[in-house]
Design a protein around this ligand. Structure first.
Ligand code: TXA
Ligand code: MG
Length: 321
């Protein structure tokens, strides 16, 4: 059973990591499920707790941007510039894997995703532990990332040793992932740092390397959790879709950047940055209502709109069987 630790119980958490245990901790993006990145058994336990296929590489967290050279086999000029500009912060750099990172951590790849998180509790833990910490988002495979300690307990309470409770995560969506192993930066996942910011630092375009969901217009539907189906729609479609589904007897909820008389509904900020902060907690809240359908209207503006749309497309995409 998980033990919940206050955010200053750093020594207990660091000793647990050193002993090969699993410790969930807050970052500025989402809660991570931490393990010693150099310990194959600890890393294997992370995959088991998450129910995640072992070929999916984990992100490695460092305390100090200066430690990049210690764990990367080579650091390109692009990687160096981005680390200097955005660390600590919500940017993961995929670089050639160097010493101290177990092959199991990265699913046998020759590369590793590394970031320095911008959160005082995460940084205290990383400093006290004194080495690289592998940490995927602290949720079961296939569910949305946790942005509070309660979310971690919901998903993994029976499967991990500790969670450091640092309150809600301020960014709310995961880090941006950029492959900087070559001379061209490749965007693998939009996230907490917007692509134009990255482009202005490296002075070159970022190549879109996403193989992800098709950017189809109209509606996409899927199951992101046991009961609710998510439909991503434009603001002016929402009322008709809700009415149709409700007329057919479905229990329907709405998540939108505007107030609505429909119940249940959750109003999020129209700016994507504020929308992102609340998004995962809101999806979990909607799911707890036992709805058949959750209609979601995206934010209309803001730097993090790409990241929010990406997560909404994923929530609404048909799941692989
Ligand atoms: O904000 C975040 O990045 C959070 C916090 C905890 O730091 N972590 C996170 O980790 O989102 P995770 O494991 O849930 O997502 C990691 C993603 C996966 O989609 C994985 O495929 C990709 O990063 N990734 C990790 N290492 C990679 C590598 N070497 N090459 C390509 N993709 C990689
Ligand atoms: Mg994840």
């Amino acid at each position: 059973m998980v033990e919940v630790l206050p955010p200053d119980a750093i020594e207990i958490a660091a000793a647990a990591l050193a002993a090969g245990q699993l410790v969930a901790f807050p970052t500025e993006t989402v809660y991570g499920l931490g393990a010693d990145a150099g310990d194959p058994a600890a890393v294997t336990a992370v995959f088991e707790a998450k129910g995640r296929p072992s070929g999916h590489p984990l992100i490695v967290h460092l305390a100090d941007p200066g430690d990049l050279d210690r764990h990367a086999a080579t650091v390109t000029p692009e990687a160096r510039k981005l680390a200097a500009a955005f660390w600590p912060g919500p940017l993961t750099l995929v670089v050639a894997r160097g010493p101290g990172i177990a092959a199991e951590t990265v699913g046998g790849l020759e590369t590793v995703g590394i970031r320095v998180p911008d959160h005082p509790v995460a940084l205290d833990l990383l400093r006290a532990f004194g080495g690289p910490v592998a940490a995927p988002s602290a949720n079961r495979f296939g569910s949305v990332s946790p942005t509070t300690a309660e979310h971690v307990i919901e998903d993994l309470g029976r499967l991990i040793d500790y969670v450091l409770d640092g309150g809600p995560c301020p960014v709310g969506v995961e880090s941006t992932i950029v492959d900087v192993t070559g001379s061209r930066a490749i965007l693998l996942r939009p996230g907490g740092i917007a692509a134009p910011e990255i482009e202005s630092v490296i002075g070159a375009p970022v190549v879109d390397g996403r193989s992800g969901p098709v950017r189809a217009s109209g509606m996409l539907a899927s199951h992101y959790a046991p009961n609710a189906t998510v439909r991503l729609v434009e603001a002016d479609q929402a009322a008709a879709i809700i009415d149709d589904a409700a007329a057919g007897g479905a229990r329907v909820g709405l998540i939108a950047p505007f107030a609505d008389r429909h119940r249940p509904s959750w109003q999020l900020p129209d700016d994507a940055t504020g929308y992102a902060t609340a998004l995962y907690a809101t999806l979990r809240a909607a799911d707890r209502r036992g709805l058949d359908l959750v209609v979601v209207v995206p934010p209309s503006t803001g730097e993090l709109r790409d990241a929010v749309l990406d997560r909404l497309y994923k929530a609404a995409a048909p799941r692989p069987a």
